[in-house]
Design a protein around this ligand. Structure first.
Ligand code: NOJ
Length: 538
């Protein structure tokens, strides 16, 4: 298999508005990120993924861009961005930018022109029709918005304020490629491409049988032509790393985006776990891992993540954030860093930050949640019940400010934070984590170091030895004559794992575990709640 830096990398995602506020306006900013770069570097990560910081009215927290060539005021300015890039590189790390090319803001000058009249030269830069079909968007009951000025509907896959660009229009594509070159020529190291599977729209927009099943928005014919063109005209000319957000794909479909012979993207995020598995479902999770491994291995590259700015924090959603928070956070980290693919850490995950429950809808900011709340309440449903039903998966679970210390607002800001801080910041914060040698933070550091020193963690083949076990996940990674065994007890109780003959006969050496005093017990492993172990077998 071809060895590349991005396969070996560990990526740290910075949701800058919640990371560190340097000027007291309540929003994190790029200057704040610069001030915390040593913290990120010390963890050992290689790449920072920066959420969108372009000019934006901020209806969807930067995913509605109104000027691709400017930095939004809340984040800072271009000079600060340039300094950030320089400071990241100075520390031996790389920076990838989140880029949204499926849609813009409705305040983007292109859209303002497009909506101004039917014969405006930019009319065709967006998607206009006389009649809507029955599609829903991700965030609203209809994917079409009526515009009185010209008496037509425009198409939006997300919020009303996020009109989709018309990728069939060559001028649009050329304009986007030009803008991508602008950022790459600055020296950034790649892109996380937002909603990239949505670029192509189906001929004629036929009605959906079930409009609630919004898979129709993605993977439509033509998407690969656009990506191959993007690669040909832009991406292949730079030594960069690209990761596409690709919802609703099977491994077979996924391979079309990342196949090494396809010249499209390097890696993808598929969402079979985060979008489609609401709570921990061990057998299903194992099947997903196995299918993606078999589908991609040797041909294309996967990513590993259990949360990001759109998904509830992993220790709350897939682990135990109460009695076993520390053990559970470490187990989940072990999982993400030892399964095949590039591992991602979402800010705060490395100190075991948890999700939140605010008492009132007014304390939430997430446009997806707020729109859904309004839709359901308008149908006459009990507001309290609606709120409760939306809390677990609200995107604000992961967007609360980073918890730096136990001072007011967790040391995130001296002003009023744009989103409330999680009330548990007095116990869970960076200062505390750095002072405790057994913290989640130091466990991450060791895991990352282990990956750096052992290419078996990156390039080793994968085999599951526990397919039908609902609690224990045991698998090997193997490269040449090196074989590692990972055993995880994803459960609140003790469990026993009987090693199969071919593993039991090998000599075991414990490389890392989340409990001290592990006793070696022959072929029977006695695993404690949320215990994780990584062994070298000889
Ligand atoms: C995916 C992003 O991660 C999410 O935050 C955003 O709302 C949508 N794409 C729309 O851009």
């Amino acid at each position: 298999m071809k060895r590349t830096w991005w396969k070996e990398a560990v990526v740290y995602q910075v949701y800058w508005r919640s990371f560190f506020d340097s000027n007291g306006d309540g929003y994190g900013d790029l200057e704040g990120l610069i001030q915390k770069l040593d913290y990120i570097r010390d963890l050992g990560v290689d790449v920072i993924w920066l959420n969108p910081c372009y000019e934006s009215p901020d209806k969807d927290n930067g995913y509605d861009i109104s000027d691709y060539y400017r930095i939004m005021d809340k984040a800072g300015d271009m000079a600060t961005f340039d300094r950030l890039l320089h400071e990241v590189h100075k520390r031996g790390m790389k920076l990838i930018m989140d880029l949204v090319v499926n849609h813009t803001s409705d305040q983007h000058p292109w859209f303002i022109e497009s909506r101004s009249s039917k014969d405006n030269p930019k009319r065709d830069w967006y998607i206009w029709r006389d009649k809507p079909n029955n599609w829903r968007s991700y965030f609203t009951p209809s994917a079409w918005e009526y515009d009185e000025q010209t008496g037509q509907y425009y198409f939006h896959s997300f919020a009303v304020e996020q009109p989709d660009l018309n990728w069939e229009n060559e001028e649009v594509r050329e304009e986007i490629y030009k803008m991508m070159r602008f950022w790459l020529d600055k020296g950034i190291d790649g892109f996380r491409l937002d909603a990239i599977a949505l670029l192509a729209k189906p001929e004629g927009f036929p009605d959906a049988e079930n409009p609630y099943d919004i898979r129709y928005l993605t993977n439509n014919p033509g998407v690969h032509d656009y990506l191959q063109e993007m690669n040909e005209k832009v991406l292949k000319h730079y030594d960069i790393f690209t990761v596409g957000e690709v919802a609703f794909v099977s491994p077979e479909e996924g391979l079309k985006y990342v196949g090494e012979d396809r010249n499209e993207l390097h890696t993808l995020f598929h969402f079979e776990v985060c979008d489609e598995m609401p709570t921990w479902d061990p057998i299903r999770f194992k099947q997903i891992q196995k299918r993606w491994y078999e589908g991609l291995w040797g041909k294309g590259w996967n990513s590993q993540f259990l949360n990001n700015h759109d998904h509830t924090r992993q220790v709350t959603r897939y682990g135990n954030d109460k009695q076993f928070r520390v053990e559970s956070a470490k187990l989940l980290a072990t999982l993400v860093h030892t399964l095949p693919g590039t591992p991602y850490i979402y800010q705060g995950e490395e100190i075991g930050m948890t999700g939140v429950k605010f008492d009132s809808i007014d304390d939430y900011n997430d446009i997806a949640m707020k729109n859904k709340y309004a839709e359901e309440v308008a149908k006459g449903r009990d507001p309290k019940e609606v709120l409760e039903s939306l809390q677990l998966l609200s995107r604000d679970n992961s967007r609360t400010p980073m918890q730096w210390d136990d001072s007011e607002h967790a040391g995130f800001t001296t002003g009023t934070p744009w989103l409330k801080v999680n009330p548990n910041y007095k116990e869970i914060n960076v200062k505390q984590a750095l002072a405790d040698p057994n913290s989640v933070y130091y466990y991450y550091k060791k895991l990352i170091q282990l990956r750096k020193q052992n290419s078996v963690m990156v390039y080793g083949t994968f085999r599951d030895f526990s397919e039908n076990d609902p609690y224990i996940y045991a698998y090997t990674r193997e490269l040449d004559d090196i074989r590692w065994l990972i055993v995880l007890n994803h459960c609140d109780n003790d469990n026993v794992y009987e090693l199969p003959e071919e593993l039991a006969s090998a000599h075991r050496r414990l490389l890392l575990g989340n409990y001290t005093d592990v006793k070696e017990e022959g072929a029977t492993l006695h695993m404690r709640p949320h215990e994780a172990r990584i062994y070298a077998l000889q």
